[in-house]
Design a protein around this ligand. Structure first.
Ligand SMILES: C[S@@+](CC[C@H](N)C(=O)[O-])C[C@H]1O[C@@H](n2cnc3c(N)ncnc32)[C@H](O)[C@@H]1O
Length: 234
């Protein structure tokens, strides 16, 4: 378990990354695009996507990443989310931008049944939470260690990807980047840190510093977290 915000693995610092989240239509309750959205979108912007690629955006929310993939030239983009409101938002945003995105209600199992893919991107819920996840918090909460969605996703990454395919996954250092790295590398995926950025705690983390300190997930007084984009190539 990573107990500080510094991932052990080396990688380029993204201190100069401008984390401006895209402005998108969003029904009530749908995850507002924020710094993690922007960091993953920046990684997608730098990704070489072969024309005709099949892409997956797992946990699509407003569809921000799915639209970025379509703009980069993916032929088909499957945008998967559990939330009907998220999918309606993603559909509207893709329509407005004339992006070839196919919203699909479901989860990892749904994605696995539609795979494999040339490109997989995910900004899953990864925030360590003291209480059970409920509908209102499922955009970000992910169990006591933040890995409720990360663990099954990392375990399935090799199956989701075609040979030569790439996964881009964003998470917080608070939810154990090393574990994700090890799970990806254990499947023979070439794993690296694509980019990272340190940001101040937002309202959710600010409201649970006592829990995070007690769990040893942050140092006393720590009020910033590091976001990390992992890249894994099959
Ligand atoms: C952190 S938001 C990311 C939204 C968007 N991709 C972005 O980058 O801004 C996570 C999204 O995952 C969805 N979600 C939560 N658990 C899920 C699961 N098990 N399978 C699929 N989607 C899930 C939530 O409804 C939410 O829209």
């Amino acid at each position: 378990m990573t107990t500080s915000a510094e991932p052990v693995r080396p990688g380029p610092l993204a201190a100069r990354t401008v984390l401006t989240a895209p402005r998108l239509l969003r029904l009530p309750g749908v995850y507002r695009p924020q710094e993690d959205t922007a960091l993953l979108a920046a990684a997608i912007a730098d990704l070489a996507i072969t024309p005709g690629a099949r892409a997956l955006d797992l946990c699509t929310g407003t569809g921000a990443q799915a639209i970025a993939l379509a703009r980069r030239g993916a032929r088909t983009v499957l945008a998967v989310d559990l939330s009907r409101r998220a999918l309606a938002s993603a559909r509207l945003n893709a329509l407005v931008r004339q992006a070839a995105v196919r919203p699909c209600r479901g989860d990892l199992a749904t994605a696995l049944s539609r795979g494999p893919f040339d490109v997989v991107v995910a900004n899953p819920p990864y925030v360590p939470a003291p209480a059970a996840t409920v509908r209102a918090t499922r955009g970000w909460d992910a169990g006591p260690d933040g890995r409720a969605v990360l663990d099954p996703l990392c375990a399935a990454a090799g199956t989701l990807l075609r040979p030569g395919g790439t996964l881009l996954l964003v998470q917080s250092a608070l939810s154990d980047v090393d574990k994700s790295w090890e799970m990806l590398a254990a499947q023979g995926l070439r794993t690296s840190v694509d980019r990272r950025a340190r940001i101040p705690f937002g309202p959710v983390l600010s409201g649970r510093t006592e829990f995070l300190e007690a769990a040893g997930l942050i140092a006393p007084g720590q009020r910033t977290e590091e976001l990390v984009v992992l890249r894994a190539v099959r």
